[in-house]
Design a protein around this ligand. Structure first.
Ligand SMILES: [Fe+2]
Ligand SMILES: [Fe+2]
Length: 488
């Protein structure tokens, strides 16, 4: 990779490298992978990346490995991954998908996100639309779910929103001027937003006035710092393994296994989460059978179970489905059926997608990431090259998959499992076969690579994976590093 390639990779992330930072990157044996890792891992997401930033990153990389003397195997036996109560749909699915189910589902989404919005100190309690729609020109606060967004011929935003007031008066039109400071906020359909502003008087011939928004509020998360704990454990991620695909990276996987065998005890790598697409599945896209070397879905899971037997026994693992797995496509997806999981050892736990885990006191939200497709398709500023920015928007919206009716099928369960009711310490996704790390308001966002190389289908669709990388998070210090197994 030339200097120009590194500089353009940085520019794509809106970053600029100082000459000495560039020099350090170019001195690495694999400048391309190193540049990608450094740029995606800088915690404060700077515009200008200095030599000091790169050096700090390298020091952080070292700090992921705690001193060996703290290793205490006796202690570890008491430490188990816990699924956080009420966050796993497995065994709790009740929906049949009728109108009542959908009504209740969206009411729950609204209620959860309204509660979060009203806890914002800069927003507070809102009124129902029907309470304030005739109090013209008096500032009020309302909350609504976005039914529709359009842009006027003059470039202003018009939203149609609805709240929980019931009846005809529970919806209204919200106007956001193109000069409003919130104009560029990313707004997608079916997200829940708060607004401060005023209702205008109805124009002649119209029955309702318009809400003129002065400020727009997303549920969001308050800024939080990572509080170091005395945990010595490291949590690793292996996303999108795609067993059964003819481009599964066997050689690099074996390198990773050897690394775990050699280092996991001394480094205290005690947990691994596999966030979906653990197998390639069958019939996922047209002509997929041409790209499979294991064509039987049971054999794919059986093979994965065999591969995972090589992982040192002290490591607890969690597997949840993704869109390639043998599971209902509608999210939340329950854990894999026993028919597929009987060959796995007892250190492998099966959960739903998404799910919240408590690992040594850290809250880990793991979601495969199917909805990234819909975020990218619906929002011009979001791209597959930067899945972390999509994850930032999920955190702001406090919802993993707000957009209804696109690629991500949503199951209308009694409660909205896709809403982020709890603020996680670590939020991981996969699906896009990219990778990266970013800290956002104290939440460590990780996109966790893949173990499948580019397939013919992906080539035709201009999909360029970044495979063979295992993200590692130290649960005590919060240090994050990316271990790349693509290098020789
Ligand atoms: Fe995948
Ligand atoms: Fe996927």
């Amino acid at each position: 990779m030339s200097k120009d390639d590194v500089l353009s990779a940085a520019a794509r992330r809106n970053m600029f490298l100082s000459p000495d930072a560039l020099e350090i990157i170019m001195s690495n044996s694999d400048p391309e992978a190193f540049a990608q890792t450094v740029l995606s891992s800088l915690a404060n997401n700077p515009i200008f990346v200095t030599k000091e930033d790169v050096i700090q990153f390298l020091e952080g990389d070292k700090s992921i490995i705690p001193p060996v003397k703290t290793f205490d195997p006796q202690n570890k036996r008491d430490l188990e991954i816990k699924v956080m109560e009420g966050t796993d749909i497995s065994g709790n699915s009740t929906c049949v998908g009728d109108i009542d189910d959908f009504l209740r589902y969206f009411q729950n989404r609204f209620a959860v996100l309204k509660r979060i919005l009203e806890r914002r100190s800069d927003f507070g309690r809102a009124k129902q639309i029907k309470e304030c729609r005739t109090k013209y020109d008096i500032e009020c606060k309302i909350i609504g779910i976005v039914n529709e967004k359009r842009i006027t011929s003059n470039g202003h935003i018009i939203l149609n929103i609805e709240d929980d007031g019931g009846g005809r008066d529970s919806n209204c039109t919200v106007f956001i001027s193109k000069d409003n400071e919130f104009y560029n906020e990313i707004i997608v359909s079916d997200m829940v937003l708060g607004f401060k502003g005023v209702f205008s008087k109805p124009k002649q011939g119209e029955s309702k006035g318009m809400f003129i928004a002065r400020e727009v509020f997303k549920p969001g998360v308050p800024p939080k710092a990572w509080k170091p704990s005395d945990s010595h454990s490291v949590l690793a991620f292996l996303s999108d393994v795609h067993i059964g695909s003819y481009t599964f990276l066997e050689k690099n996987w074996q390198k990773m296994i050897k690394y775990l065998k050699d280092n996991s005890e001394s480094m205290n790598i005690n947990y691994i989460v596999l966030p979906g697409d653990v197998v390639d599945g069958i019939g996922i896209f047209p002509g997929q059978e041409e790209e499979l070397n294991i064509k039987d879905i049971y054999d794919q899971y059986k093979t994965l179970a065999e591969y995972l037997k090589d992982v040192p026994d002290h490591i607890q693992m969690v597997i949840h489905p993704g869109n390639h797995d043998a599971c209902r496509p509608a999210e939340p997806q329950p854990s894999l059926n026993k028919a597929f999981t009987q060959n796995f050892d007892s250190n492998v736990m099966m959960t739903a997608n998404p799910v919240y885990l408590n690992i040594e006191g850290r809250v880990v939200l793991t979601y495969h990431g199917r909805s990234i497709d819909d975020w990218v398709a619906g929002v011009q500023q979001l791209t597959y090259d930067d899945p972390l920015q999509v994850m930032v928007e999920m955190v702001n919206a406090r919802h993993l998959a707000p957009i209804y009716g696109q690629k991500t099928a949503l199951a209308p369960e009694k409660k909205d499992y896709m809403a982020m009711g709890i603020v996680p310490d670590i939020f991981v996704s996969g699906h896009v076969h990219g990778y990266g790390y970013k800290e956002y308001r104290g939440v460590r966002l990780i996109n966790a690579s893949t173990w499948q190389n580019q397939t013919e289908y992906q080539k035709q669709h201009n999909f360029n994976p970044v495979p063979g990388i295992m993200p590692l998070v130290h649960l005590g210090t919060g240090a994050v590093t990316m271990k790349n197994f693509m290098k020789d």
